[in-house]
Design a protein around this ligand. Sequence first.
Ligand code: LIP
Length: 278
Amino acid sequence: MTHPAPTGLLDLARTIALTAGALAHRRRSEGVEIAASKSSPEDIVTAADREVELLIRGLLADARPNDGFYGEESDATSGTSGLTWVVDPIDGTVNYLYGIPFYAVSVAVVQGDPDPATWNALAGAVVNPALGEVFTASDGSGAWLGDKRLHVNHDVSLSLALAGTGFGYEATRRVWQANVVGGLIGQVRDIRRIGSAALDLCSVACGRLDLYFERGLNPWDHAAGALIAREAGARVGALQADAEGRDLLIAAAPDLYAQFEPVLAGLFTRFPVDPQAR
Ligand code: LIP
């Protein structure tokens, strides 16, 4: 089955992400409340998360009724077109709840099963409405912040790398992740915890971070951001793997990735097995 060119899909992803971002930003200004908790009391969902995903689903159903949908806040549906939209309506939910301006609408379209290990990401958009930043990429056409072409930082030594990471919603996993960070902090320039995987990956793409790694992400957290980072020249994968997954995601320029991978593997060996390993 033929599909529209990635640029056509990209235009749709960008338009929908911008529309959804405007709604998220408006709801933030009106005040945000927790609607429910999910995997733990820390893992919250707001009414805006649900409303924004409903808006995105409706816009996609109108534009691409035969595509599948795989989002954070509603049931997955498979389509007949071979394409699936992978959506995080508000990535950085805790930042959103607290009014920290680092949250994003993440919209990606992939070919094949909605599995990061096997899908082919065709186009993606990550919109931070609080800062008015629109990150985009389509397969083979580069990564962009607005109309500015993005490139990762090259020739960075690990000892001078600014690394981003994140922590899970379960306390024992956070303690394990903090142990790993404690083992790394003396081997890099510094560490940032921005609070949104989508924006962390876009930060690698535009050079605001040299590398990013996190364990336990969901596919919707990174579907668009990983494409944007790859199209900006990053290698995105895991340990001895070129596909990111739930177990681990690493993103960095290839030369820095090669320095970082054995160090992270050593830290995973040094600390007890992650209690939340899935
Ligand atoms: C978040 C990720 C972040 C991670 C958080 C959370 P959410 O996604 O973007 O990188 O550290 O624990 O998973 O829940 O805000 O969509």
